[in-house]
Design a protein. Sequence first.
Length: 129
Amino acid sequence: MKGNRLTRVADLLRKEIARILHENLRDPRLGFITITSVEVASDLRNANVFVSSLGDDAEFQQNIDLLNHASPYIRAELKNLHLGLRNLPAIRFKGDRTLRTAARIQELLLETGPDGAAPAPPEAPPEES
């Protein structure tokens, strides 16, 4: 029963945080981000929000830092929604690199070719004497 409640709270937070980021948070420094999952502690005091972002590592880390800086604002917006939670968990944003890893694996698989073998290196041009 308790695990079911945690799942429902995590889904509710994921949906509402995504809506707040899309509708209310207008920071030009913030790139395109996607909330991949939310993990809520068993005592409902803390929530880790995992986000994925396009761009290089520096931009990815900047997005995480901006979101963590904006977390008090996001939490206040959640409080205004009256979600039916006695205590709203503290929100901490963390990076989720699974999409980037999956894209890299796909890229490597495409490089290996259809039979699973690595492609042959290009032949060197013959030396002229």
